[in-house]
Design a protein. Structure first.
Length: 164
């Protein structure tokens, strides 16, 4: 028998917080024509470009923690909006490199400012974006994200019926 938790579990709280923040970022970047997922993509691309990189879709997916197929879909929409350009990698014709356009850089800069202000507000209970509690919280979240996922193993005992 499974024992009931006396309060919300950490997993439930992380899920609720992730959803709350996603909705908040969606609302904050909507006036710029972006969704939260698109913001993650252009902000990650912005940071990588500032570091001198021109990442492939796969590299950007790995960096952002998104599925490569989803990044491809987002990249096509952002390209249609004139915010990024997608070009074939001359070293690997199967790979697509991504770069922000001038318009993409401008919109991304605005979006980063908006999201930084939002994060300051959301993190105020911990003392704000640069507070020691926020740094400790960030370290804890990073530790959790660094734990690799174990391969999924089906639970055959609970899904298999008897056939006698």
């Amino acid at each position: 028998m499974i024992k009931a938790s006396p309060g919300p579990t950490p997993g439930f709280l992380v899920w609720r917080l992730a959803n709350k923040w996603r909705v908040a970022v969606d609302r904050a970047v909507a006036p710029l024509g972006l969704t939260h997922a698109q913001y993650v993509l252009v902000a990650s691309l912005y940071g990588m470009q500032c570091a001198g990189e021109r990442p492939s879709q796969r590299q950007l997916a790995d960096h952002a923690g998104l599925e490569a197929l989803y990044v491809s879909k987002l990249a096509r929409a952002l390209e249609s909006a004139g915010l990024i350009e997608r070009t074939r990698d001359p070293r690997d014709p199967r790979a697509v490199e991504l770069a922000l356009t001038e318009q993409g850089q401008a919109v991304t800069g605005q979006a980063i400012t908006v999201v930084q202000e939002l994060l300051q507000q959301l993190l105020e209970p911990l003392g704000g974006l640069d507070a020691p509690r926020t740094r400790a919280f960030t370290e804890e979240l990073t530790a959790l994200l660094d734990v690799p996922l174990a391969p999924s193993v089906p639970n055959y005992e609970s899904t298999q019926g008897t056939t006698s």
